[in-house]
Every structure is written in C-alpha cells, then in structure tokens.
Design a protein around this ligand. Structure first.
Ligand SMILES: NC(=O)c1ccc[n+]([C@@H]2O[C@H](COP(=O)([O-])OP(=O)(O)OC[C@H]3O[C@@H](n4cnc5c(N)ncnc54)[C@H](O)[C@@H]3O)[C@@H](O)[C@H]2O)c1
Length: 383
C-alpha cells in the first residue's frame, strides 16, 4: 500500500528525518511541502531530490486527499495549531518535540487526539537510541533492583550553546524555554526510566554566561581550523546561514539550570543543564536497591555494577550509528512501519505531554522560587 506524506517545516530536522524515512520503502511518497522560508524549500528539494508540490499555506497541504501522514518540524510555537489542523483534516501525525509551548495547548492537543483514531508519533529521537533502550531494558529486567534516586544532565558543547543563543530558539515566544525546547528529551527519558510521573519539583537557573560582557570570549578562544569563530561554529550554522551574535542577541532564555524532582512512585532525581561546557555530557547515574548504572550517550559508555563485595563493573558500548545516539535511523524505520503497517508508535502524545508538563512545572518553580506540585497540570487532563 502506498502512503502519501506531507512536510510542514522543512529545516534541518524536517529534512533529516524525511531523508531517512524515504529510504525505508519505495511505497512512501513525499507529496507536499510547506515552509515560509524559500531557502528551506530549496534545500529540501535538493537533499531529498523531490518534486513534491509546494504549498504556501499548510491548510492546502492538509486538504490533499493523497496525503495520509503529516510530518511537522516547524518552530515549536506552531506545533499546536498545525497538529490540531492535521487531526481535523483526518491525518496521522509525526510531530517534532516538544509537543507545544504552553500547558493549555498540550492539554487541548491531548483531548483532541483522544477523540480521533489517528496515530501520533512525537520526535523523541533519543528514545529509539540503542543506548537508552539498553538502560531501560536493564532497569525493567531488575539489573539494579528498584530505582531509589538518580542524577541526569545535559551540558552542551560551547558552540552548540552559542547556536541556541543565536537562532530562533533564543526566544521563548518561538520555542518555549530552553528546558522545554532542548531538555524535554531528558525529562522524557527520565520519566521513561523511572516509569512514573513527577509529583513535585524545585529549580534554580539563570542567564550567566551568554551576556554582552562575555562577548570577549569569542576573541579569547579564537577560531577553529576552518577559520570559524568560537561560539559560532556549531555544525548547523553552516547549513542555515548567518547567525545572530549569541552574547548580544535579544534572547530571553537561560543558559544554566538545576532542578530536583520527586516522582509519584517515590524516586528522587536531580537535573543539570548548562549551555557552555568544555566536556559536554548527556549522562545518567541511576542508584538502585541492588546496583548502579552510569551511562553517557555522547560516549556511548554504559557501566553497570551490582552491589556486593566482589562484583565487577560491567562496561558496555552502546553506540550504533549517528544522529541522536543512533536513534534517528531507528525512529525512521519505526515511523515507516507505522505508516505502512499501522504499528503503534513507541513514543506518543502522552509522552510529549508528560515531558512538557514536567518542564513547565520546573520552570514555574525556577520563576517563583517555590516547590511546585504538578497536580494542577495533571488536572488539565480531566475533562
Ligand atoms: N528530535 C530531535 O532530536 C530534534 C532535534 C532538533 C530539532 N528538533 C525539533 O524540530 C523542529 C525544527 O527544528 P530544526 O532544528 O529543524 O530548526 P530549523 O531552524 O533548522 O528549521 C525550522 C524550519 O521551520 C520553518 N518554519 C518556521 N515557521 C513555520 C511555520 N509556521 N510553518 C512551517 N514551517 C515553519 C522554518 O522556516 C525552518 O525551515 C523544532 O520543533 C525542534 O525542536 C528536534
């Protein structure tokens, strides 16, 4: 059976996943493109070698009866309206993370999805990575007993931080907060590992490095071998044009944040994000009643040790392939399977919503200086 696909948002991630998806089967046909930026449409045409119809208005794309699946990879602030419109048009949806930028939007999407029989897959690419799948399997198999507490983090390479402070993600009106936009992956992974949802949270954070007085670091660190300046050399820059100076930009996001979380099942966790790291990490340190898992997706190293006098550290290397710890390729395979065979996606709307609600509560705690209960967020799910 042939499947028609439309793309709304044709930037780096839109193209990246579509490219992998189209390789999965000749029965998946890209039929429509929508993006306000002509350069993104042109890149999509070149990279995907497609002559798919270009629609100036995404509603026209949604009206195409030959399109059954829509892939949304626009700015986060547009996910809400575009996903709802896609459901209204009877389409199945693959939408990039985060689900949306406010709790009310997420709740509305949840209720609308509950009333459709359409599939929804959220782009939590790391969930598909063999690294995280291995950790989750070890936890489910009881390799470290019951989780008691854990640490997790996402600290970004300094150019990656510079990129975020310079592109559309620098403004919460486009992307939501940094925690929501970038660390919704980490919160989702934590929720999945703990197999529960957060009950209450607290947090501190701020913008302490990417400020105008630190612009001097661009000169101080100097240029890379290709002659590109420090803080302006993230790979995506070369794909998507000139950028705004990350130190003097009109951003309203923070560059460092810490949070503590207590889950409904009693597990406690700490999270740390920083956008200017010399040794970037995406690490988990999970303490269970019978052992410990220490793992970093960036190195692919996963260590496991059982509690005991003569137990040894078992070290596994879990990296298979590129793109979010090998997750992009597996996500594309599973997405193709959903499209062609109706297989339920591994990550769905409820995962997107749970991660987003956790981010909203943590940011509320940071903004108010209070411990925040998530009860009021979960209450939005009652009709
Ligand atoms: N799953 C992941 O690991 C991952 C990684 C990166 C980005 N993302 C997500 O993918 C989405 C796109 O990010 P990106 O890195 O590709 O950014 P990008 O800047 O490379 O591309 C965004 C594209 O969206 C287009 N766009 C803006 N407004 C639009 C609208 N109203 N309708 C249609 N298109 C519109 C822009 O013109 C641009 O071409 C975001 O939601 C982001 O959070 C996910």
């Amino acid at each position: 059976m042939a499947v028609g696909v439309g793309m709304i948002g044709c930037g780096a991630m839109g193209i990246g996943i579509a490219e992998r998806l189209l390789r999965q089967s000749p029965d998946i046909h890209l039929l429509g493109l929508n993006d306000p930026q002509e350069s993104s449409i042109q890149k999509t045409r070149d990279r995907l070698k497609t002559d798919a119809k270009v629609h100036d208005d995404y509603h026209a794309l949604l009206a195409d009866k030959d399109i059954q699946w829509v892939m949304i990879a626009s700015w986060n602030c547009f996910h809400h309206e575009q996903v709802l419109a896609a459901f209204d048009a009877g389409k199945h949806v693959f939408c990039q993370k985060p689900l949306a930028i406010t709790a009310e939007q997420c709740a509305e999407m949840y209720h609308r999805w509950k009333r459709t029989d359409r599939m929804f897959n959220i782009g939590f690419t790391l969930r598909y990575s063999p690294h995280y799948r291995k950790i989750n399997q070890l936890l489910r198999d009881g390799a470290i007993g019951k989780i008691v507490s854990f640490e997790f983090n996402e600290t970004l390479e300094f150019n990656h931080g510079g990129y975020i402070m310079g592109d559309w993600r620098r403004l919460t009106k486009n992307a939501g907060t940094h925690l929501l936009e970038k660390c919704c992956h980490d919160l989702d992974l934590a929720n999945w590992m703990v197999d529960s949802r957060a009950k209450r949270v607290a947090s501190f954070g701020g913008l302490d490095f990417f400020t105008p007085e630190n612009e001097k670091y661009i000169q101080k660190i100097g240029k890379n071998k290709e002659g590109r300046s420090a803080y302006c050399s993230w790979i995506a820059h070369s794909n998507f044009g000139p950028m705004v100076n990350p130190f003097t930009s009109d951003k309203d996001i923070i560059d460092n944040q810490v949070a503590i979380l207590e889950y409904e099942n009693g597990v406690r966790a700490t999270f740390h994000a920083n956008c200017n790291s010399a040794i970037p990490e995406r690490r988990m340190y999970i303490c269970g009643t019978e052992g410990l898992i220490r793992a970093d997706v960036l190195t692919g190293e996963l260590q496991l040790k059982r509690i005991g006098f003569d137990t040894e550290i078992e070290t596994l290397n879990t990296i298979e392939g590129e793109g979010h710890g090998g997750g992009d390729e597996i996500l594309a395979k599973e997405l193709a399977d959903s499209m062609l065979n109706g297989t339920e996606p591994s990550t769905g709307l409820e995962d997107g919503l749970t991660s987003a609600f956790t981010a909203f509560a943590i940011d509320e705690a940071m903004d108010t200086g209070k411990v925040v209960s998530l009860d009021k967020y979960w209450a939005l799910l009652n009709e």
